[in-house]
Design a protein around this ligand. Structure first.
Ligand SMILES: C[S@@+](CC[C@H](N)C(=O)[O-])C[C@H]1O[C@@H](n2cnc3c(N)ncnc32)[C@H](O)[C@@H]1O
Length: 228
């Protein structure tokens, strides 16, 4: 991709996301996101859009109460072809936060059911790097490849890309949260360093920066783990 094509790809994505402001899905995402999501409305819209247009399956790491999961599930619902949506979440609790919950997995399952998308989402309970979780994701994917990877977990996106890299298709879309953000967000430094390294080594192509500090781009080449 030359500079002109790269600029055009960034511009097209911005324009596609902004166009949803005039559609009813924007209001639905706004209403749901306010109550249930940590990410900015623009990121929910971006997630909806990419889930709708991407080829292949969708893998999310870090669902929490299901804000972005529901956005992706609505994108799958409105897509032309059927696609799998798999999300990994270990659960637990979150205290002293506007979105506090004593049972993250319980809140996630309740939200998916209330929004009518429980059947569209496979929840894999556990941490992304645990061997049984990796095996469960591979089992759920079967022969399918991932065309959209959503990373919003514990700021180790390189580890997760290495874990699932062989299942990512060339040109896989990636949404990576915590690339930027407020000074008190401890995930930013590690995420930014890792994403910049992947960009500088030519494995990721950046296509934008949305919301509070979410990076979006695509993979380039086959995402095999790098030799140590
Ligand atoms: C910032 S929240 C996700 C917010 C969500 N995207 C939203 O729209 O509100 C991060 C979530 O990642 C989960 N998590 C942390 N480490 C993880 C890992 N290694 N694998 C999967 N999930 C993880 C946490 O339990 C937490 O629920």
């Amino acid at each position: 991709m030359n500079d002109r094509q790269h600029y055009q790809a960034c511009f097209d994505l911005m324009q596609a996301v902004a166009a949803y402001r005039y559609e009813s899905i924007h209001r639905h995402l706004e209403k749901f996101g306010k109550r249930e999501s940590m990410v900015h409305l623009d990121v929910l819209v971006l997630t909806y859009h990419l889930a709708r247009i991407c080829r292949g399956s969708i893998l999310e790491i870090g669902a929490f109460r299901g804000g972005a999961t529901v956005a992706a599930a609505w994108g799958v619902r409105d897509a032309r072809e059927a696609k799998k949506l798999i999300t990994i979440e270990p659960g637990g609790s979150l205290r002293k936060h506007p979105l506090a919950t004593r049972n993250i997995l319980g809140s996630l399952k309740r939200n998916l059911a209330r929004q009518g998308v429980a059947e569209r989402v496979t929840i894999v309970e556990g941490r992304s790097f645990e061997p049984e979780v990796v095996a469960a994701v591979h089992g759920a994917l079967g022969a399918d490849q991932v065309g959209l990877l959503i990373l919003d977990a514990d700021a180790n996106c390189k580890r997760d890309i290495n874990c699932y890299g062989p299942k990512l298709m060339d040109g896989c879309w990636l949404i990576i949260d915590d690339y930027g953000g407020s000074a008190d967000n401890s995930k930013v430094s590690a995420t930014k360093t890792q994403v910049d390294e992947l960009v500088n080594s030519g494995r990721l192509l950046p296509l934008g920066y949305y919301g509070f500090g979410t990076w979006v781009g695509r993979s380039q080449g086959i995402m095999l783990p790098r030799a140590r």
